[in-house]
Design a binder for this molecule. Sequence first.
Ligand code: ATP
Length: 502
Amino acid sequence: MVRGTKRRRNSTEKPKAVVTLHREDTALVDDQVTVGDSQCTGAKPYARLVGIRRGVATIDIFDDVFVCGRGSDETPVNYNFSALTHDVGLYRFISKVQFAINRATDTRRIYLNDHSRNGTLVNQEMIGKGQTRELMNGDLISIGIPALIIFVFETTDDSQYPEELTKKYHVTSHSLGKGGFGKVLLGYKRSDRSVVAIKVLNTQFSTRCSRAIAKIRDIKNEVEVMKKLDHPNIVGIYDWITVSKYSYMVIEYVGGGEFFSKVVDSKYNRMGLGESLGKYFAYQLIDAVMYLHSVGICHRDIKPENILCSDKSERCILKLTDFGMAKTTTAAKMKTRCGTPSYNAPEIVANEGIEYTPKVDIWSLGCVLFITFAGYPPFSEEYTDMTMEKQVMTGRLLFHSQWRHITHETQKMIKWMLTVEPSKRPTAVELMSTEWMKCADCRTAKQDILKNSAKAVKTTVGGQQTTVAAATVISTTVTAAATITTGGGGEKGVAAEKKRNQ
Ligand SMILES: Nc1ncnc2c1ncn2[C@@H]1O[C@H](COP(=O)(O)OP(=O)(O)OP(=O)(O)O)[C@@H](O)[C@H]1O
């Protein structure tokens, strides 16, 4: 069994928010901004409630006490939600006085006081009538139940984003995650209110050496690759804006977090996702890679961290992302040693400067599927009997007890993908044509992908048509990111590997 190390959370590390969005419903705000009296005096608002529900305005806050609720003659409020009276399901949750925003006159800290019986939630945590919570930039405010997110709370500092970006997109301060280059923020398109993810990339600085993204040229390559792609299992791109030393990639919002978190989820007991669910995901990933290779793109960094889940449901749609290492195979020979060590194919590990092919993606995919079915990594420095390089170069695989629940056919397929000799390794087309990929779970996956893409809308990116899921929000899950703090075996092995690879 693989022995791993615990991923310790730094005491200063803040939990990461993961937002799940069911696109059917989203459609953000009307851009109307209601303002307090102070506007007449030319004062600046100290905070803003960004409405992320159709009909809910974005509200600039000037007053030290700002009350939101249905209101009545006896209980006047600053914002009365009257635009939501048609939305009976939601309106019934709103109290006459739902909550108040308070700014302390001395410390200038900002608080939410919950006044309602149904309750107000901050980042999906119930505050409760009579209780108070300090608000932070980017906090999500819901009413009654976690899914009914109404506002993103923001302290105001508009100046940080360039007009080229803000005239087309509203950038909230709600962080979806952090990468080696910077951050990923929740935003929405001003034109149709659909939700987007905005990657803010510092073009002069990258903390992650493994990622060739520090230079504008490399970001351009990533964008050019993404613009060529149109597949339901690949994250779509809407826009790319570069101003001064920052680049902003506006991409499809995928709200279920990394596939990595799914495979290490304690509910699977570190034993893998099992045959049925594993094949459901295998179909989607093979389909994505088959498409990529058919349009002459090699990803070169396939791993669970670069696959996002559409939502938190068990059978979600997977989307391949992070094309920072991708290469157009028709344009140039691939020789560069890149990718993530424990997912790299032997021909990359050999580092002999010999040209390799898109089969390197099949190897990485084999590693991902091995982990998916078994819950532990096929190659790892945690195996102390031989170096990781040797494990990869010899294709040595350890099959622990969990494989007893996986069919021989599946095991055969994984071994085929992890064939050391590239010419004997299958192509994605060959994998897709096997009987193995004709199972009921694969058919279900196919139907689910189709259903998901039926909800897609066509958006123009740089003159090209890109399919992106129709963003219709609401139903967002915020969870702490500390999923990998305990446990052993596979979870620790995979988690440790992830840490090492960063
Ligand atoms: N399209 C998206 N929709 C929603 N959340 C996203 C999206 N893209 C990224 N994220 C979130 O942001 C986090 C970091 O994203 P990203 O993939 O850009 O960085 P990374 O892969 O960790 O770093 P690097 O790009 O340097 O390798 C992800 O783990 C995910 O939680």
